[in-house]
Design a protein around this ligand. Structure first.
Ligand code: MRU
Length: 382
């Protein structure tokens, strides 16, 4: 893929450094799995689908490098397994990372088992990484379509009018131009995926269909992915938005100013419990209390039926300095003890729907999640 924030050509992975946005647009050129691992760990690239794609390219880079030394098939495979374990350990919560790396390892085993030389296997792994990237863009587009349809049919159609229209005529006035105010958290857009986005992809598709009035963007402390990255994307698309501090979300819900909450996911357990950026659980509770739909948008690669429930999801704990510092400055006492879980888990009971590229899941998620995941492994795209 030769365009966008993740580009790959001829053994070089070019990444837009998200730690420098929105102030500077700087690209990094990487050519080893170790450099890719560091970029993921330091969140120069972040967002579950994006780190899955980048890890696949990282493993393909390693395959290319090792194959050039003309190793035996066994030694080649051992190198790949070590690099895969390192890449997967870079960030533990998002399942997309181990999903994509396992997909490449499986392909390598299959090819080597058929007698394919390491060099040719490496070339095939590059193609597999590109396929993962392209499939993610297509998945995001489909998530956008399904999500926009859901918003139109099940959220917009049930809304009461606001303000004057409400006083004058109740629900019958809804057709008079009411559109949706959507709250989102973190960054789930182009930058967090192969392109287009999951939750932000739904917002993009809904905006194109004229369904969106404005987007409330949570700033998303401590690393400000909402304020830095989502605002940057919405500005580029001309989608009206309001930036709010995380603590303000419940206030706007209580005032009736939020019609739906849409977030992404890093890992969805078999029962639908959803790990996502820290702060998501609080949003789900507040949405539940105010009868506001709480929608999760994620590709099938984020479903993890191997994990039965949210309690079993490993939550990444990050550097305390991320909390002690704010936008590069250190306004807080440097000795303050800090907790910094990067994610939290929202129990499935607070999730109204999960929008995937294969359609919308609702209610008891377990059977649907197991079936979708199994179908994706056998290549059944029906
Ligand atoms: O720590 P981050 O920035 O990688 O966290 C990102 C999120 O939590 C996103 O909501 C999630 O990965 C879905 S991105 C489509």
């Amino acid at each position: 893929m030769k365009a966008g924030h993740i580009q790959y050509a001829h053994g070089i992975l070019r990444l837009l450094d998200q730690t420098r946005l929105p102030g500077e647009v700087v690209y990094l050129d990487l050519d080893t799995a170790a450099a890719v691992r560091a970029a993921i760990r330091d969140m120069r690239v972040r967002g579950a689908p994006a780190i899955g794609i980048v890890a696949a390219y990282g493993l393909a880079l390693e395959a290319r490098r090792v194959a050039a030394r003309e190793p035996s098939a066994d030694s080649f495979m051992r190198h790949l397994e070590t690099a895969a374990a390192d890449l997967t350990a870079a960030r533990p919560t998002a399942v997309n990372l181990s999903w994509s790396v396992s997909r490449l390892l499986e392909r390598a085993r299959q090819l080597l088992g058929q007698g394919t030389a390491p060099k040719d296997t490496a070339a095939q792994l590059e193609r597999e990484a590109v396929a993962i990237h392209e499939e993610d863009v297509a998945a995001c587009r489909a998530i956008g379509d399904h999500g926009a349809a859901l918003l139109k049919k099940e959220v917009l159609s049930r809304l009461r009018p606001r303000g004057r229209a409400a006083e004058n005529g109740g629900a019958s006035q809804r057709a008079g131009g009411r559109r949706l105010s959507i709250l989102t958290h973190c960054n789930t857009g182009d930058l967090a995926t192969g392109g287009y986005g999951t939750a932000l992809g739904v917002i993009r598709s809904a905006w194109r269909e004229g369904l969106v009035e404005r987007v409330f963007v949570d700033e998303t402390r401590p690393l400000l992915q909402g304020a830095r990255l989502t605002v940057w994307e919405l500005q580029r698309d001309g989608i009206p938005h309001v930036l709010i501090a995380d603590a303000m979300a419940a206030h706007f819900m209580r005032r009736g100013e939020v019609d739906a909450v849409i977030v992404g996911a890093d890992r969805i357990a078999r029962n639908g419990d959803t790990a996502n950026k820290i702060g998501t659980y609080g949003l789900a509770l507040a949405a539940h209390a105010h009868g506001i739909p709480f929608v999760v948008a994620a590709p099938v690669s984020t479903l993890d039926p191997a994990i039965a429930r949210g309690e079993d999801i490993v939550i990444e704990e990050r550097d305390p300095e991320e909390v002690r510092r704010f936008a590069g400055a250190q306004p807080f006492p440097s000795s303050a003890p800090v907790a910094n879980p990067a994610f939290d888990v929202t129990p499935a009971e607070y999730v109204t729907a999960i929008v995937t590229e294969r359609g919308v899941l609702r209610g008891q998620f377990e059977d649907a999640i197991t079936a979708l995941h199994a179908a994706s492994r056998t290549g059944d795209r029906s």
